[in-house]
Design a protein around this ligand. Structure first.
Ligand code: AMP
Ligand code: ZN
Length: 471
């Protein structure tokens, strides 16, 4: 069995991943979007990164034993505000943006997760968790709200700060939380609160109608669809505190556990995508929307751009990055096109996924794809079929886990041109070839000019010609 090493935020170290004792089942939970708006390319980073992890786990463990949940947050203040301002039910907003989100992420070759729970469908589980915490004193009622008692949970052990690696005092200072009069402790957070007039409400714990806080939504959904403990919990590094810190605290408190691993055994966080050195975020208004990028760029180019940096490092988003990514894919698809007749071997070399099993080293995997493509070209040139078949299998397997290079190369180069257009181009290329064979140079030139007018670049090679649309 290949070893999978992951950087665990809880220990701050790369550790070897192992499923729970005596099982092959692996569960993964990643915090999904709050659906009131279009996703920006920063929001797509965790989706693509954890999609690579999902694909990798499916290769390392029996595929149907790998269970991935990525939720939809469809209860939130911003959603309520949008619904009230447009005079519609929240579901009108959340259904619309959840659908756009799923389409946009599919365009980036992200597989659908096994489960996509919505907060509105798990109100009963949230209420039950909160009631358990009220019963044992982990939570308390104040002014119609239910708050989590952080001081009681931490009890001076430092437990509350374990994930963020900070002390309770530091976290409070950093988060600049207002100390409301009804709180026992500045860090206490809302589990349940009354809805404002016009906002949706649900029957809550101890008959308090209202709505949940954000953190309890994920605790309830993760437990409901995956069961505890979750194996791997992920998200952007901005979620370490307070969101994930609070998920651990609530879920452990509700189940009388003190070890944070009773909730999730490994924690992974992606670095931020920046824009001109500043973090990309809706509140700063410096966002590039996935929805707008998937029109001019193939999703695969955007995905490649996101994976070209290590997931834990911050990454600056530049227009250049997309052009470089397209060129990289063109080169690799070009090699695959020239090796189109080679049947890949049935078995893959043991080390083919080594870069990815080393904490999802996607830049390393990209270097490996280029090294493999170089070997493939050499083997084809030397007519070494054994080598070519083996190398092609390795290349395609690694590419599959990266979620790239899965199209037919000619389809890639056609770049979305429709069938009629493609047939016309093929016809012109055949006529040009015939003209050249009869040394009818003026005719060959005329056809080449016509192809240029159609925005087509023809690439001649020993066995004929291939073509692509100009950028
Ligand atoms: P949100 O819809 O803001 O809750 O974000 C959804 C996911 O995107 C979370 O996992 C965030 O951590 C992540 N995220 C938000 N902004 C960025 C960014 N600029 N770069 C990387 N990840 C981000
Ligand atoms: Zn969450």
């Amino acid at each position: 069995m290949t070893r999978l090493r992951l950087h665990d935020t809880l220990t701050g170290e790369k550790v070897e991943f192992a499923p729970r004792e005596a099982t092959d089942r692996v569960t993964l939970y990643v915090c999904g979007p709050t659906v009131y708006n279009f996703a920006h390319i920063g929001n797509a980073r965790p989706v693509v990164v954890f999609d690579v992890l999902f694909r990798l786990l499916q290769r390392l463990y029996p595929e149907r034993e790998v269970v991935y949940a990525r939720n939809i947050t469809d209860v939130d203040d911003k959603i309520n505000a949008a619904a009230i301002s447009q005079g519609v039910d929240i579901s009108v907003i959340t259904d619309k943006y959840a659908e756009i989100y799923n389409k946009d992420m599919a365009a980036l070759n992200a597989l659908p997760p096994t489960h996509q729970p919505r907060a509105t469908a798990h109100m009963g589980e949230m209420t039950a968790l909160i009631e358990r915490m009220l019963d044992d004193g982990s939570a308390y009622e104040a002014d119609g709200e239910v708050l989590f008692d952080v001081g009681r949970y931490d009890g001076g052990t430092g437990r509350y700060g374990q994930l963020s690696g900070r002390s309770l005092d530091d976290m409070i200072a950093g988060a600049r939380v207002e100390v409301a009069a009804n709180k026992h402790h500045a860090a206490d957070f809302v589990l349940w609160k009354p809805s404002k007039p016009g906002e949706p409400e649900w029957p809550g714990p101890r008959g308090l109608p209202g709505r949940p806080g954000w953190h309890i939504e994920c605790s309830a959904m993760a437990e409901a669809v995956l069961g505890l403990p979750i194996d791997i919990h992920g998200g952007g590094h901005d979620l370490i505190f307070p969101h994930h810190t609070n998920e651990i605290a609530q879920s452990c408190a509700a189940h009388g556990a003190t070890d944070p691993r009773a909730y999730a055994r490994y924690w992974m966080h992606n670095g931020f995508l920046d824009f001109s050195g500043e973090k990309m975020s809706k509140s700063l208004g410096n966002v590039v929307l996935v929805h707008e990028l998937v029109q001019p760029y193939p999703g695969e180019v955007i995905r490649w751009a996101l994976l070209s940096g290590h997931y834990r490092s911050p990454r600056d988003w530049t227009p250049d990055l997309l052009d470089q990514s397209r060129k990289a894919l063109d080169r690799l698809y070009g090699v695959l096109q020239r090796a189109e007749d080679i049947e890949p071997a049935r078995t893959v070399a043991a080390g083919a996924l080594d870069a990815l099993t080393d904490d999802l080293n996607t830049p390393g995997a990209i270097a490996d794809l280029f090294a493999l493509s170089g070997r493939l070209e050499k083997a084809v040139a030397a007519n070494d079929m054994n080598e070519a078949m083996g190398v092609k299998a390795d290349l395609l397997r690694l590419a599959e886990v990266m979620g790239v290079l899965q199209q037919n190369p000619s389809v890639w180069f056609r770049g979305g041109a429709n069938d009629d257009f493609a047939a016309e181009v093929e016809r012109l290329i055949a006529e040009r070839l015939a003209a050249r064979q009869t040394k009818n140079w003026p005719e060959a030139d005329r056809i080449r000019d016509r192809l240029t007018e159609l925005n087509v670049v023809v690439m001649d090679n020993p066995t004929g010609a291939t073509w692509r649309l100009k950028d």
